[in-house]
Write a protein that binds this ligand. Structure first.
Ligand code: ZN
Length: 242
């Protein structure tokens, strides 16, 4: 079985469609989402509907909860808050209910899925360094944890001796005797300098993980963001992936 892993879609329909096409082309038949389906982007309803139609196992991101009023927008920066307030009245009731009922964690096969950190998912802290990832792995019950939130695609492997090392974006195999902290990157708002959408493919039969980078029509999304009157910065950053 091949699993498509998506995260931080951020209402970017063009990126989501491109990523799902690419993952299905490579044989993905099941999908998980590490949260932030909405926020920042211009197509919240269609993105939630695609996630629902795929039967995607999904957890809540801070933007999902923020849009439905379950995380205070005072914790958001100005552009994020403005986008959440723009999104809120647009959501259909079934989509609003779907977001409001997303869990903080989910399990798919050997993977623990969470948006921010497995140790304290409700705090929305960022895990950005090998040291921070090692701390999570040392105290987490699951051997393999997949997160989103920072939009920084990287993986950390901790071998049986206890040493943790950065795997970055090259393909890797989940060793049965090691632990993993994996950030799936962002479908809809890259921040690592590569404007292409990011996602992952997991082949359960051989325990192989791979990052995919998928080009999409950035200009079309930028035009929708500008037409919606959302902050210009949210359009501009898509071209640079910063
Ligand atoms: Zn996000």
């Amino acid at each position: 079985m091949k699993l498509g892993i998506v995260s931080d879609i951020h209402a970017n329909l063009e990126a989501l469609e491109a990523v799902i096409d690419a993952l299905q082309d490579k044989g993905a038949t099941r999908f998980v989402c590490c949260g932030d389906i909405v926020g920042y982007g211009p197509d919240p309803n269609r993105c939630v509907e695609i996630v629902r139609e795929l039967g995607c196992v999904s957890v809540a991101g801070n933007h999902d909860y923020g849009v439905v009023g379950q995380v205070p927008l005072a914790s958001f920066n100005a552009a994020a808050s403005q986008a959440a307030l723009w999104t809120r009245p647009l959501l259909t009731e079934p989509n609003r209910l779907f977001l409001a009922n997303l869990p903080l964690t989910a399990v798919e096969g050997p993977l623990l899925i969470v948006h921010s950190t497995p140790l304290a998912p409700e705090t929305w802290e960022y895990v950005l360094t090998v040291r921070e990832a090692a701390h999570e792995m040392n105290h987490c019950e699951a051997d393999v944890c997949v997160v989103g939130h920072s939009h920084q695609p990287f993986a950390v492997e901790r071998l049986p001796g206890g040493q943790a090392r950065l795997v970055r974006q090259r393909p890797f195999t989940l060793r049965p005797d090691a632990r993993y902290f994996i950030n799936a990157g962002s479908v809809g708002q890259s921040r690592d300098g590569d404007p292409r959408a990011c996602c992952m493919l997991y082949d359960d039969d051989v325990r192989a993980m791979a990052y995919l980078r998928i080009p999409y029509d950035v200009a079309a999304v930028q035009a929708k963001i500008r037409a919606a009157g959302l902050p210009e910065r949210l359009a501009a950053r898509l071209a640079t992936g910063r």
